[in-house]
Design a protein. Structure first.
Length: 263
C-alpha cells in the first residue's frame, strides 16, 4: 500500500476515536496514539469528560472532545457525528462499555469508513454495517456470529466453517480475526498474518491494532490493505518487544516503537 505525503496539516489523514468509560481510560488512549504513529496528521478522541482529561494528561499530541457523564450515550450522538464530518476514518469501541443503542445510532447514521473494535463488536449485527474493518478476537467473533446468524450454531471445533458461513452475509466489510495467526477476510478474499507471538496477550495490544487500522485507513481509504498492514506491523512490534524485554513489556512500550516499522 503506497501513501503519498501532502503538504498541509490534515491532508495526510484525520482519525476520530470514540470510546472510553469510567473503568477503561487506557484503551482509547492507546488506540489513538497508535493511529497517530501511522503518520496521520490529527487524531481526536471523543470520550467522557474525566476520561478525556486523563488522556490529555498522558500526552499533548491528542485532541479530546469532552462529554458530560461517566459514559458516552445517545444524547452525545448528534455532536459526535457533527465532529466526525471532518475526519477520514472513525474508530469506535475501545473502552466504550456495552452501549448497543449508542453504537447502532453512530454506525447507522454516520457515513464514514469505520474500524469497529472491542465493546462495539459485542453489540454489532453485520446487517447494519458496511465498508468497515471489524477486529474481533475469537470470543468476540463468536458473539458477532451469533448476533448476525441467529439460526445457525457456532462451530466450536471448526472455525473455518464459521468463517465460510459469515462470508456469505458480511456485505463489503473486512473482518480481522485475531489469533495465533490473524485471519483477514472479506466476502471473497482471505489473507493470513503470521507475525506476532504469545507475548502479545498483554492488555492493550488489540487497541494498538485497531488504532493502526484506523490510521492506515484514514490515509489510504483501502479497507483490506489497511487491515493486512496493521496486523503485520502489530505482530512485528510484538516480536521486537519480546526480543528486547521478554514478557515484561506493556502496550504503552509498544506504542513508543511503532516508528521503527512505519519508516
Amino acid at each position: 500500500m503506497k501513501i503519498s505525503r501532502k503538504e498541509h496539516k490534515g491532508q495526510n489523514g484525520r482519525v476520530l476515536v470514540i470510546g472510553g468509560c469510567k473503568d477503561y481510560v487506557g484503551a482509547p488512549a492507546l488506540a489513538a496514539l497508535a493511529a497517530l504513529r501511522t503518520g496521520v496528521d490529527i487524531v481526536t478522541v471523543c470520550a467522557p469528560e474525566k476520561v478525556a482529561w486523563t488522556i490529555n494528561s498522558y500526552t499533548p499530541d491528542l485532541i479530546t472532545k469532552k462529554f458530560l457523564g461517566e459514559d458516552l450515550n445517545l444524547t452525545h450522538c448528534k455532536e459526535i457525528m457533527t465532529i466526525a464530518e471532518d475526519y477520514d476514518s472513525v474508530l469506535i469501541g475501545p473502552g466504550l462499555g456495552i452501549k448497543k443503542d449508542f453504537v447502532f445510532k453512530i454506525i447507522r447514521d454516520l457515513k464514514k469508513p469505520f474500524v469497529i473494535d472491542a465493546d462495539a463488536i459485542k453489540v454489532l449485527n453485520l446487517e447494519i454495517v458496511d465498508k468497515s474493518i471489524i477486529t474481533p478476537h475469537l470470543k468476540e467473533f463468536e458473539i458477532l456470529y451469533k448476533n448476525t446468524i441467529k439460526k445457525d450454531s457456532f462451530d466450536e471445533l471448526d472455525n473455518d466453517v464459521n468463517i465460510k458461513k459469515i462470508q456469505k452475509i458480511m456485505n463489503s466489510n473486512i473482518i480481522l480475526l485475531k489469533g495465533k495467526n490473524d485471519i483477514i477476510f472479506t466476502k471473497h478474499r482471505r489473507s493470513i498474518n503470521k507475525t506476532g507471538n504469545n507475548s502479545m496477550t498483554v492488555g492493550g495490544t488489540g487497541d494498538i491494532l485497531s488504532g493502526l487500522c484506523a490510521g492506515f485507513l484514514a490515509q489510504s481509504g483501502d479497507l483490506f490493505e489497511s487491515a493486512k498492514l496493521a496486523a503485520h506491523i502489530n505482530g512485528k512490534l510484538g516480536e521486537y518487544m519480546y526480543k528486547q524485554r521478554g514478557y515484561g513489556y506493556t502496550a504503552y512500550d509498544m506504542v513508543q516503537e511503532i516508528w521503527r516499522f512505519i519508516k
